[in-house]
Write a protein that binds this ligand. Structure first.
Ligand code: GDP
Length: 444
């Protein structure tokens, strides 16, 4: 099972959170050590593991508790989201040239599956409705040209070759010319691999690249080599400049290190993964699907996402109910101001409301200051007072205390209380006027 060991290693982390109420810095320490160990055993590079652990810890402790979701499930979700980010977030699509044929230059060490990728990619593009041609610029192994010819036949695409005597950059250039005259959409150039990175190979690649000005330069790397693959992507990028990587042999007992390290180590995305020897076995690299495969917990993830969604809805509905029942209190007031703060700065928000563009920046600053001012008084109220503003309306004693604790005057506290009741009344009136409509419109 691919990533099996990593999946199992991570499972022991979730298990350590059984019986815990909420994620804290203390109780996640041990599970985080498990995660760290699992990643290192999967051959993820150490700096990547460090950053990952730091980021997960921070987010895990900082997340709001979601009703019905257990802390271990919550940690699974945080780890999932961070894995997705680590692998580049979004799927990274192939780029195509704006005019003329798109040239894809393939590079890679010997035996990684580069020739196979040529055929796989051609088939993939053909299925997309693009015509395709292969160019054999690997002149060191006659067998490589034969292999490409055989694969080209299998896929049903032409293969351009000049034998082993010509220069690779010249073959690539002629191949491009031929492809242009045949009106091919995409031209895939296969280059020579070596057993190891060496100067001659890099120079040759540079020349080929210069000769055909490719839209994509993709480095093919073997997933079985773990974090070494990520290092290769990095050094090829430094030397010749690449646009992405293709990770092969993900079907073997790859431990995951390559898939998890490439983007973070090299800054370049994995664009495709090969998972088998057949020419059909190539697909775009989807970071989210990969993360789910690693965690093996698709059902937990969709459950947590649903719970989050429900909670957001309940929050909004509760506020709406409060407004309807004239029970709008200082807690709701705070919630509302916090919502506004979350949605970005107050000033930007106001600019977005139609008809509000005549508000001057000075007025906006004033409004923001007012909110802060009111918040500081609400902050020193007792929970009871926030819940039932009547208490403050009825008791001068209480108003005095709030004034003193917040450093405001008694009159200012009275004003705030009066304002809340005015707001209630206004909302009631608004609701009355809007009877029959779905949702209250707050910007009168
Ligand atoms: P090249 O030297 O880089 O051109 O590598 P080849 O394309 O000749 O592939 C080397 C070997 O790896 C061949 O036996 C392929 O069948 C095999 N291979 C390539 N891609 C994959 C893959 O995704 N999974 C598996 N299991 N084998 C692969």
């Amino acid at each position: 099972e691919m990533f099996g060991q990593l999946t199992t290693g991570l499972e022991s982390a979730w298990n350590k959170l059984r019986g815990v109420d909420v994620l804290t810095k203390e109780n996640i320490a041990e599970p985080m050590r498990d995660i760290r160990r699992a990643l290192l055993e999967a051959d993820v590079s150490l700096p990547v593991v460090r950053r990952f652990i730091e980021s997960v810890s921070e987010k895990a402790v900082g997340t709001d508790v979601i009703r019905g979701v257990s802390p271990d499930q919550q940690l699974v979700k945080v780890v999932n989201d961070e894995l997705v980010q680590l692998m580049g977030g979004e799927v990274s699509d192939l780029s195509f040239a704006k005019s003329g044929p798109t040239v894809i230059l393939l590079a890679g060490l010997q035996g990684v599956g580069k020739t196979t990728v040529c055929a796989k990619l051609a088939l993939y593009l053909k299925k997309m409705g693009k015509s395709c041609m292969l160019v054999a610029a690997d002149v060191y192994r006659p067998a490589a040209i034969d292999q490409l010819n055989i694969l080209g036949k299998k896929v049903g695409v032409p293969v351009y070759s000049e034998g082993t005597d010509a220069k690779p950059s010249q073959i690539a250039k002629n191949g491009l010319k031929e492809g242009k005259s045949q009106k091919e959409d995409v031209i895939i150039v296969d280059t020579a691999g070596r057993l190891q990175v060496d100067k001659a190979m890099m120079n040759e690649l540079k020349e080929v690249k210069k000769a055909v000005n490719p839209t994509e330069v993709l480095l093919v790397v073997d997933a079985m080599t773990g974090q070494e693959a990520a290092g290769l992507v990095s050094s090829f990028n430094d030397e010749i400049g690449i646009t992405g990587a293709i990770l092969t042999k993900l079907d073997g007992d790859s431990r995951g290190g390559a898939a998890l390290s490439v983007k973070e180590v090299s800054g370049k995305p994995i664009k495709f993964v090969g998972q088998g020897e057949r020419i059909e076995d190539l697909e775009p690299f989807y970071p989210d699907r990969m993360a789910q495969r690693i965690l093996g917990m698709g059902d937990v993830l969709s459950f947590v996402e649903k719970a989050q969604e429900v909670m957001r809805q309940e929050d909004a509905e509760e506020l709406q109910k409060k407004i309807l029942s004239a029970k709008f209190n200082f807690n709701d007031f705070l919630k509302q101001t916090q919502m506004i703060a979350k949605m970005g700065s107050f000033s930007r928000l106001i600019g977005m409301i139609p008809g509000m563009n005549k508000v001057t920046p000075a007025q906006i600053r004033e409004a923001e200051k007012n909110l802060k001012f009111m918040e500081s008084m609400i902050n020193v109220m007792t929970p009871e007072e926030r819940e039932r503003p009547e208490l403050l309306a009825e008791s001068r004693e209480r108003r005095r205390r709030v004034a003193k604790d917040s450093g405001k005057t008694e009159q200012q506290v009275s004003q705030l209380v009066a304002q809340l009741f005015q707001m209630r009344a206004r909302m009631q009136k608004m609701m009355g006027a809007m009877q029959g409509k779905d949702s209250p419109n707050m910007d009168e």
